[in-house]
Design a protein around this ligand. Structure first.
Ligand code: DON
Length: 303
């Protein structure tokens, strides 16, 4: 199969009208060009295929929650699940509604509530949290050009009322320990990570390869941990659209409001797609359509 030609063909076949809208609740994100589109696919044996703006960096936003989750899981092991659950929420990424009934234990680490608890846990382990996080991200591929975008982080810090509310509400149940501003700063910096589609696909490749990065040959997590991280992505990675994503795409995946979606086929490949306009559930409109066509065409989903 000529995968490079396929990637171009699938782009041509996207719905002519993109009904999505670029995220505006973080002012810096509203500035992005909505016509951008990129895709990069890489196999576990490192064959790579790309199309469009695949080398252009964008804000990966919530996709980065998988990096902090992996770091926390490395340190806490299965004790981690005492502070954050692994159930799909069926609610939007920034929802507060389930926390009251769930006594401050977030449903999963992909929703903001769970990601904030994971960041809170990491603050207790890391001497220099932002530096250590960046070093971890670099260690996944050996690419040390990946960085945060300070303007995006600042823009999000200024519009953080909801995340601040989540922190204080969870704190009232005793499940957040660190200072609110310190925690928010770490979380907003995490969300400001920038990558291009190639860097994103390569960074997630260890999850398609039983926990070993094919780029460096180094083990990141055990194969059992890899299974669990992929299960969390599958069930929770697209929030209240996780079912639709499994139904249409059939791969574990993670989205961000920057318009990126990364998805992987265990033992086989990882694919990252970027198109900024989002559907009403906050996931890339073209990204979803493209990945659905991709797995249908290559005939390889996990189902
Ligand atoms: O917490 C926020 O609002 C953002 N920084 C992250 C949101 C996000 O990417 C949700 N995913 N689709």
């Amino acid at each position: 199969m000529d995968v490079t030609a396929l990637l171009a063909k699938l782009y041509q076949q996207l719905p002519a009208e993109n009904t999505g809208e670029v995220a505006t609740y973080i002012p810096e994100l509203a500035k992005v060009d909505p016509t951008k589109f990129g895709v990069h696919a890489v196999t576990c044996d490192q064959r790579a295929y790309a199309y469009g703006d695949s080398e252009e960096c964008f804000s990966i936003q919530s996709i980065a929650k998988m990096f902090t989750l992996t770091m926390a899981y490395q340190r806490e092991g299965n004790q981690l699940w005492e502070r954050v659950d692994v159930e799909p929420s069926g609610t939007p990424f920034n929802s507060l509604v389930q926390l009251e009934a769930d006594k401050g234990i977030p449903r999963n680490p992909m929703n903001n509530s769970g990601a904030l608890v994971v960041c809170d846990i990491l603050l207790n382990y890391l001497a220099e949290p932002k530096k250590d996080l960046l070093a971890f991200v670099h260690s996944l591929t050996g690419d040390e050009t990946i960085n945060f975008n300070e303007r995006v982080a600042a823009s999000e810090r200024e519009t953080s009322a909801r995340n601040r509310a989540l922190i204080e509400f969870i704190r009232s149940f005793g499940n957040i320990n660190n200072d609110t501003e310190r925690l928010l700063d770490f979380y907003c910096t995490l969300c400001s990570l920038e990558m291009n589609c190639r860097q994103l696909a390569e960074s997630f490749l260890f999850l398609a390869n039983q926990g070993i990065s094919p780029c460096t040959g180094k083990r990141i997590v055990s194969s059992t941990m890899t299974k669990r991280l992929n299960a969390i992505m599958q069930l929770c990675g697209l929030y209240d659209e996780a079912g639709e994503f499994a139904f249409r795409v059939g791969l574990p995946g993670k989205s961000g409001v920057g318009g990126g979606i990364v998805a992987l086929h265990p033992g086989d490949y990882c694919v990252a797609v970027w198109s900024p306009p989002l559907n009403p559930k906050g996931n890339s409109f073209y990204g979803m359509a493209y990945l659905e066509a991709f797995t249908s065409e290559v005939g390889e989903s996990i189902y």
